[in-house]
Design a protein around this ligand. Structure first.
Ligand code: SF4
Length: 211
């Protein structure tokens, strides 16, 4: 099945969904967005990357802010950077590079987003994209990512889930985890207050005691 142009959702929804379903719904269903230190640093980093324009370095051509779309996954967005590496057959192999402000995360959210970019490029250019990289600003480290069958299957699954969630128009209840500490929407979400089964009265009593 292919999606139509009207069905397309932002590529960033994949990363949001893997990070937290509620965050994905708050952003893509309720259109909520709060900037915090982490998102501001990330935004500035992306703006800086996109400003660079085109560049050639030997056998590598670099394109920035590349528009992406996939009707198979139902996604639309932009790649920070796509490097085109000259192959032995004198062709150009695309190699997407995503820039992140932090460090590698324990979950797959960054890899799924990058794989989504690669699958968009494959559909748009009609060629295979076998690997890419994520550059982490805090560690100044470039992590190479192979787009193997398992990562591709996970990316397709996450894309389907993101479509279902956005189509449902409902926002899941919060589940408080350590991710909430870095979430830009924590003040709007209040996961410790509204977590399922949690007593608001008990939360307020405890919060007043801690003041
Ligand atoms: S604060 Fe926690 S539960 Fe709420 S959206 Fe962010 S990560 Fe999800």
């Amino acid at each position: 099945m292919e999606y139509t142009e009207e069905d397309l959702i932002p590529l960033s929804a994949l990363q949001h969904l893997v990070f937290c379903e509620r965050q994905c719904a708050l952003i893509h269903v309720e259109q909520a967005w709060d900037e915090n230190r982490f998102t501001a640093e990330g935004r500035i980093m992306h703006e800086h990357v996109h400003e660079g324009g085109e560049e050639s370095r030997g056998d590598v051509r670099i394109e920035r802010g590349v528009p992406l779309r996939s009707l198979k996954l139902g996604l639309v967005g932009k790649a920070d950077v796509v490097e085109f590496h000259r192959t032995e057959g004198d062709e150009w192999a695309p190699f997407p590079v995503e820039h992140k402000r932090g460090k590698p995360k324990p979950d797959q959210c960054d890899k799924v987003q990058l794989c989504g970019q690669a699958m968009c490029l494959e559909e748009m250019l009609g060629i295979e994209v076998s690997s890419g990289a994520i550059f982490y600003g805090r560690t100044r480290h470039r992590l190479n990512v192979e787009f193997d069958n398992s990562l591709r299957a996970e990316t397709e699954k996450v894309a389907r889930q993101a479509h279902e969630l956005i189509r449902s128009g409902t926002t899941p209840k919060p589940v408080f985890t350590k991710k909430c500490k870095t979430c830009s929407l924590s003040e709007r979400c209040l996961p410790q207050v509204f977590q399922k089964g949690r007593s608001v009265k008990r939360y307020l009593t405890q919060a007043l005691r801690e003041e």
